[in-house]
Design a protein around this ligand. Structure first.
Ligand code: UD1
Length: 369
């Protein structure tokens, strides 16, 4: 029998964990073929940005924790590359799997490629065409050098083909985040999250904001907050604060105003299962996250995205998501018109069926046979 292939599965930041967990489980099911090591770069390190996701998702603790932490883009990327190179040289994996579009994704892909270790990118081919987003740079660079490209939607295949990627490298497998969502939905029932937050099914809004374009500029952030305070008079808003948003709300002197608004409930970042419970029963989700647009689509909850564009147009085509930018009056119009609607006809995108990770491991099995 051939020896098992050694695979490094890289995670770094919060949106990576729910993409890696189903993959790790499927790879483990074929442990005779694949020996998987989880590498956590430590881009996110707070207990509520990292550890809780390992618990909630039953993800085994990392085999290597690189402890990179925060810094400028160059510092963070450079530090990940140096630390990841060391363990690649020590252990010489047969394949490095990276997921998503964070700095750790790109840094580990570049490092592996230069050591001539094949790279697989999960969630390949997404494009916002907005080069002001660091994630767009990470996506394009990672895709350009990956040997295997696993795409979540047909538009991602088209993007890659247009960029000249040869079709043999592209594998349309569906969305691994949705594997996690569907597998974990039953676990949310016993958690009592809504009662703990003091809200009722369908009668509150969940909100997340963390993009530099929304939270780094005082005027932009204050404009968004004004609209949110008006909305909170109609429906309670639950806002788990990302560290970047919290830091800036404090620095710009806005946090106190929010905390004094009846109807706005500020919390620390929430774990996967509590956030899933809240999203599942929300009247509406307001976000600038990528993943939440997808989760909202599968949960059938209206999503308002506070960005100028999305790399996930499939969520808009599905009838769930409205991309409204950051201008207060446009946001206000979208929020209140969505509230006045009675349900939406949302179509779940192709292959968002909970089996993307099985398809990926099938492709890897064929790749090595
Ligand atoms: C990163 C990703 C973004 C993803 C987001 C999810 C990049 C370029 N960006 O953005 O794509 O949507 O994660 O959260 O990779 N901080 C803490 N504790 C932590 C982590 C961060 O306090 O555990 C604070 C630090 O002040 C840090 C700031 O948050 O400087 C930003 O963290 P960073 O990892 O640089 O980027 P995110 O904004 O989280």
């Amino acid at each position: 029998m051939k020896p098992a292939k050694s695979i490094f599965l890289v995670v770094g930041a919060r949106p990576n964990f729910m993409k890696a967990a189903p993959l790790q489980q499927q790879l483990d099911r074929r442990s005779a073929l694949f020996h998987t090591r989880i590498i956590h770069t430590g881009q996110h390190y707070d207990a509520d940005m990292s550890d809780i996701f390992f618990q909630d998702l039953d993800l085994p603790l990392p085999d290597h924790f690189l402890g990179i932490g925060s810094g400028s883009h160059a510092e963070q990327t450079g530090r990940v590359m140096m630390a990841f190179e060391r363990i690649c040289l020590e252990e010489r994996p047969d394949l490095v799997i990276v997921v998503g579009d964070v700095n750790s994704t790109m840094a580990c892909a570049i490092t592996a490629k230069k050591l001539r270790i094949p790279v697989a990118h999960v969630e390949a081919g997404l494009r916002s065409r907005d080069w002001t987003m660091p994630e767009e740079v990470n996506r394009v660079v990672t895709d350009r050098i990956s040997d295997l490209l696993f795409t979540p939607s047909r538009d991602a295949d088209q993007n890659l083909l247009r960029e000249g990627v040869s079709p043999e490298r592209i594998h349309f497998v569906g969305n691994v985040m949705i594997d996690s969502l569907l597998a974990n939905l039953p676990k949310t029932e016993s958690r009592n999250t809504l009662a703990k937050m003091g809200v009722k099914k369908g009668r509150y809004v969940t909100l997340t904001l963390h993009r530099p374009s929304n939270v780094d500029e005082p005027k932009v952030l204050a404009g968004i907050v004004d609209v949110l305070i008006d909305l909170a008079h109609e429906l309670p808003i639950i806002w788990p604060l990302h560290p970047r948003a919290k830091k800036n709300l404090k620095a710009f002197g806005i946090l106190g105003r929010l905390e004094n608004t009846l109807g706005v409930k500020i919390t620390e970042p929430l774990g996967y299962l509590d956030m899933l419970s809240l999203n599942q029963h929300a009247r509406m989700i307001i976000t600038d996250s990528g993943g939440l647009q997808e989760e909202a689509t599968v949960l059938g909850v209206s999503c308002i995205t506070l960005r100028e564009n999305t790399e996930r147009p499939v969520t808009v085509e599905a009838g769930c998501n409205r991309v409204v930018g950051s201008h207060p009056e446009t946001i206000r119009a979208a929020l209140f018109s969505t509230l006045s609607m009675n349900g939406q006809n949302i179509r779940i995108p192709e292959l968002w069926d909970g089996k993307a990770s099985v398809r990926i491991v099938d492709v890897l099995t064929r790749f090595y046979s």
